[in-house]
Design a protein around this ligand. Sequence first.
Ligand SMILES: CC(=O)SCCNC(=O)CCNC(=O)[C@H](O)C(C)(C)COP(=O)(O)OP(=O)(O)OC[C@H]1O[C@@H](n2cnc3c(N)ncnc32)[C@H](O)[C@@H]1OP(=O)(O)O
Ligand SMILES: CC(C)C(=O)C(=O)O
Length: 515
Amino acid sequence: MRRVQFFDTTLRDGEQSPGVNLSAEEKVTIALQLEKLGIHVIEAGFAASSQGDQEAVRQVGERVKNATVVSLARAVSGDIEKAWTALKSAEAPGIHIFLATSPIHRRYKLNMSQEEVLERAEAAVRLAKQYFPVVEFSTEDGGRTELDFLCRVGERVIAAGADVLNIPDTVGYMTPQEYGNIFRHLKENVKGIEKVRLSAHCHDDLGLAVANSLAAIEAGADQVEGTINGIGERAGNTALEEVAVALSTRNECYGVETGINLKEITRTSRLVSKMTGMLVPGNKAVVGANAFAHESGIHQDGMLKNSATYEIMKPESIGQDGTQLILGKHSGRHAFRDKLTALGYSFDDQQLNQLFVRFKEMTDRKKTIEDDDLVSLVEERLGDGEEIFEFDAIQLSYGNHSLPTASLRLMDHRHNRMVEEAACGSGSVDAIFHAIDRATGEPMELTDYKIVSVTHGKDSLGEVYVKLKRNGTEVQGRGVSTDVLEASARAYIHAVNRILQRAAKQPKAEAVHTS
Ligand SMILES: CC(=O)SCCNC(=O)CCNC(=O)[C@H](O)C(C)(C)COP(=O)(O)OP(=O)(O)OC[C@H]1O[C@@H](n2cnc3c(N)ncnc32)[C@H](O)[C@@H]1OP(=O)(O)O
Ligand SMILES: CC(C)C(=O)C(=O)O
């Protein structure tokens, strides 16, 4: 199978992301992880750009043993010499020389004619060849360069001894078809092209960097350049982890092997994100936090039946922890039951349906449902018999200069009717409890009341515990809601139900106990 080599420029083009500045130590740490990932060429920096980067390139070159370490250099002797100073003690040194070839860059940036570009490129490669075993030449803005001229540049640098010819789409302007065609054209028209490795280097200005890189590979490129997480100048570079996973998952389309250790992808992505401060968006392909998370009920049901329904690769194959079924607004009963089973509960269909109704109410108010939320929800009902009174709705009027008033509606299952009552109190909670006493016609003595926050954040669940006493029987009630006043009402009604259920079971001798 044809081999495609991976050239990582996280430490050079990736570092060109605004706000990113890596120390030599950080570059070494990332480079050693790139080595574990199986990257073949690591661009450690641009030695001529600063004393600090020259030192960083030197340290990376000395520490990395299983990849070629290169420095970027302009087509000027000073840059090439600084690159050699940095890398002469490296295990496998290389240099990456670039010179823009497009009409726009020649005219406005370099102020060079085509002939001058050809001469400068050739001279730079010849000089670099005196020092480096591996010389890559990049035709900066190659995508927007006249094809004939691109071929002439290619021929000149190959004749001068270049080992790799890289055709960058520097401004992310190419479409996959156009970019692939450039590689086909070079392969067919450049003398000596078989002597060099042909390389693709894409930017993501139109969101096409990965697609363009894959198109180049299809058209014969045998090296792909990019960064981890796709970081880099402007909209960034080709995300190498995406290319590696695409080449492996759709190997029947590309028929190439890479030698990339896919299991190291997640670790590498997290390290780069941490050290550069460039956060990975949740929906980012392959390494985003949601890449293997399923939120909707229909998908979750499919996943539980067979993960191939909604996952095209195994999260473990790229070092991710595993599939996540996120319970939320769009979840269905299958995922709900599965989660409860994982938490150690088992329910018949009727119980599950009742809990599911409460769960859906909760998801309308709370973005993410955590395990603790579910435990609270379940335990609110656990061990209870049939509900006598069922909470339905509540409305409160509160002002610091007026009497708090609560209006409350509940279902009275004994008489199969909705009851609505209102009451005032010394505070909102007191008003709610009076309204419940009126609605049930079963006044209780409140002996304890406390509120606990179940999870974190503004939309966390409040859990209210009350103790009610009547005729010597004292019971506890629990209520959960994102609103503590509603949780209070639920807790009180829960306790009323339990007291009445107890009384029904022991009509004559009501024991005094606490539960
Ligand atoms: C597409 C890419 O990503 S290319 C890499 C881009 N990366 C960087 O630029 C990061 C590091 N850069 C730097 O630290 C600085 O730009 C330096 C140290 C390299 C150069 O700084 P300065 O000497 O002050 O020059 P400055 O950056 O302002 O201008 C670039 C000069 O290099 C010339 N130049 C640009 N590319 C090349 C090239 N490939 N070969 C030769 N000369 C070049 C420009 O024409 C300009 O020359 P001029 O001064 O004669 O007009
Ligand atoms: C130096 C070259 C390869 C580059 O980064 C680009 O053209 O984008």
